[in-house]
Structure formats: C-alpha cells, structure tokens
Design a protein around this ligand. Structure first.
Ligand SMILES: [Zn+2]
Length: 272
C-alpha cells in the first residue's frame, strides 16, 4: 500500500507568524542553508529508493533555483508551498491568488513542468478560508494538502482521509496529514513536530491500521529538520516547542517509516 511522503521546502527562518523576528524584508540577508538539510534528506530517499512530493516555497526557488533542480534530478514530484509563507487566514483572496501565482510562475520556469499540488503554510486552510480551494482549482491545481484535522491550528470537521472536495469550478482532491485518535483528541503524528514528538509504536500502529483498511497515510517533513546546526533563535514558548523539540528524531523516524512502509509522491498515491 503506497503512502504519501511530503516535504515542505523552506529555510530555517521561515517560521509562520514570526515576522517580527524574521521580517521578510531581511530574508535575503540570512544565511541560505536550505540545501544543507535537503541534500541529507535526498541522500536518505535515494538510498531507500523512495520518491516524494516536495512543496517548494516560491521565495526559496527564487533565491536558490538549484534547489528545484536538485529535487527534479532525483525524479521527485515538485509542487508549491506558496511564495511568502503567510498563513492563508491572514491573506485576502486577492493576496492569496497573487502569492500562489507568483510561486507557480517561479517554480514552473525552473522545473519546466506543470505544478498540480499546493500546501499552505502551517496547515492554514480552515472553514473560514475554504475559498482558497476555489482559487486553487481556478488556478489549475488538482490537489491540496493543507487541512489538518485538529482543533488548535486546523479544521476539526474535515474528513480525515484523502477525498474530493466540491469547489465553484469542479472538484479538487484534499489530502490531509495523518492523525492519531486519542482520548484527548486528534494527535497530528504526521506533521513536523507531531512526527518528532510522537511515539514510534503509536505512529506505526496508526499507519498499519489505515493501510489494512486500504487507506494511505500522509507524512510531512522539512529540510531544516535534517540541518541540526542551523541557527536557533529565541522564540515564544509554543513556537519554540513546535520548531525545535526533539529535532534529532526526524531522521530516525523517517528511517523507521521508510523501512516499515511503502511511500511515494502524492501524484502517484492519488493516481493523477
Ligand atoms: Zn511551511
């Protein structure tokens, strides 16, 4: 059973909502370290013969086009993470469309292939921003993977498996990250910090149970989780927890996942 492996390609200073610490006007001045973690991650995927979907931030592709070429060379799927890394609910519809178009233009110019998938920064498509799905469909995208079935930062009412959503212009696929149900609510075990924080046995059991039912899981990781030397800054408590907790465990968890289960890019899992 093929599960989806996804990577949000952004750098160490792309932390949502932290514009006062990392103002976008200063981004060009920060050390460009995205390739350091990315190359380590690509090495693991090559060794395990696994292909993934890489949601590349338009800004990263613009600053360092070699990143897109590295990923393309290894035959992975290339999709978009938007341009400016601002949560969807902090953008107007017009701003969202502009941000999306800009990212697609930059990525397609380098990749020479059509982008068909989108991932919002910080799982920020929720009930109040479902209009974003209409815009994604209008702009020619075929799937989205931006809605987390969880209370704090996601949309608890969403269907937790991959499914089709009706938009004004037809249907689009939505593929949420895998969650684990617990008595305390849904645990996002497949997103960056959730994967690092989650107990391997729980993660394994969740994926195995899904696959037994014929349902694919979806996981998300970041290149900076493989670059342990990247600059750490003082963040508010919650951001600090989400960003740096158990960062060393990403590589271990990824190895375990790839040894235990079969993974591929979203395009292949959804047969697009
Ligand atoms: Zn991101």
């Amino acid at each position: 059973m093929l599960n989806a492996l996804t990577v949000d390609v952004e750098d160490w200073y792309h932390i949502c909502g932290m514009e006062d610490i990392f103002p976008p006007s200063k981004w060009d001045e920060y050390e460009d370290r995205v390739s350091i973690g990315l190359e380590k991650l690509l090495d693991i995927l090559r060794e395990k013969r696994v292909k993934a979907t890489f949601f590349i931030l338009g800004y990263v592709a613009q600053r360092n086009p070699g990143v897109v070429r590295l990923i393309k060379k290894d035959g992975h799927e290339i999709a978009t993470h938007g341009y400016g890394h601002i949560q969807v609910y902090r953008q107007t519809k017009e701003e969202f469309r502009r941000d999306l178009r800009k990212s697609i233009e930059i990525i397609e110019e380098i990749n020479k292939n059509k982008v068909i998938g989108y991932r919002a920064p910080e799982w920020s498509i929720r009930k109040d921003t479902y209009w974003a799905l209409d815009i994604l469909k209008e702009e020619g995208l075929e799937y989205d993977s931006s809605i987390l079935k969880a209370r704090l930062i996601g949309e608890p009412t969403i269907n937790r498996y991959s499914h089709k959503v009706k938009t004004k212009n037809g249907e689009i696929f939505e593929f949420p990250p895998t969650i684990m149900r617990t008595f305390m609510g849904n645990m996002p075990i497949a997103t960056g910090w959730g994967l690092r924080f989650g107990i391997w046995w729980d993660i394994k059991r969740t994926v195995r149970n899904l696959n037994k039912k014929g349902v694919p899981a979806l996981f998300c990781i970041h290149p900076w989780e493989f670059d342990l030397e990247h600059p750490k800054v003082k963040l508010p408590f919650w951001r600090n927890f989400v960003h740096y907790t158990k960062i060393r465990s990403t590589s271990y968890k990824l190895h375990k996942l790839l040894e235990e289960f079969e993974f591929g890019p979203i395009r292949k899992v959804l047969k697009l």
